[in-house]
Design a protein. Structure first.
Length: 226
């Protein structure tokens, strides 16, 4: 399989050169193959969010390379990185961050319109995705009228709205109770498998991690296989 994501020798620190300097990434390496789902297991404060932000081109490393779909983004312009995020990467966070004044469907339609997709096609895509995660009947509801699990499913759909090839998720079910978490994670995995996405998913839940293709642990700024 071709590699969808390559993280090569990532180093990242804060307050460099000062007595209270903090090293977050210290030569982190990782490859995610096309269609592969990798679990990133790490305790709080280990740097997994920093790693995901760098992998998704939201932040830059002090050293190292980020290669997405065969393109090396080291030294690329902000414009090129922004375009790559819009085209190649979908993000899911622990909190759904839906726009409260818009319906579930509209939250999925808006990022598509921003990418130049027609309203008709964007609406069709939103309907397709909501149906896939089992809440097609809730498309006209605003987030406040939906349960936490439903809101997070909408967030999943929004992340996949523009048909990215790489999904990055930071504790996507961490804000849900165990029963809801299991159902919502199953919906996410169904979406990922159906679309053939590559995914790097950070989680504390080892039971969920075991349902992915592979697990890696973050410790002392490096990644090791579990």
């Amino acid at each position: 399989m071709n590699d969808m994501l390559v993280l090569d020798g990532l180093r990242k620190g804060y307050n460099q050169g000062k007595p209270n300097a903090i090293t977050v990434l210290d030569g982190a390496d990782l490859t995610v193959a096309a269609g592969e789902v990798v679990a990133l297991v790490a305790p709080s404060g280990a740097g997994k969010s920093t790693l995901l932000h760098i992998a998704g081109l939201l932040d830059t490393p002090d050293q190292g390379r980020v290669v997405i779909g065969g393109t090396d983004y080291a030294g690329r312009s902000d414009r090129a990185r922004t375009e790559a995020r819009r085209r190649e990467v979908g993000f899911i966070y622990q909190f759904h961050h839906l726009l409260p004044e818009f319906t579930a469907a509209e939250n999925i339609i808006l990022p598509q319109l921003a990418s130049g997709i027609s309203r008709k096609d964007a609406e069709a895509r939103a309907t397709e995705l909501l149906g896939h995660v089992g809440i097609g009947h809730r498309g006209d509801h605003r987030p406040a009228a939906m349960s936490g699990g439903e809101q997070q499913r909408v967030a999943f759909c929004r992340a996949l709205a523009n048909r990215p090839r790489l999904l990055l998720a930071d504790e996507p079910t961490g804000n849900l109770d165990p029963g809801t978490s299991d159902k919502v994670f199953a919906a996410l995995m169904s979406l990922v498998r159906e679309t053939g996405l590559s995914a790097l998913i950070a989680t504390h839940n080892l039971d969920l991690a075991a349902r992915m293709d592979r697990m890696v642990r973050m410790d002392a700024g490096r990644l090791t296989a579990i």
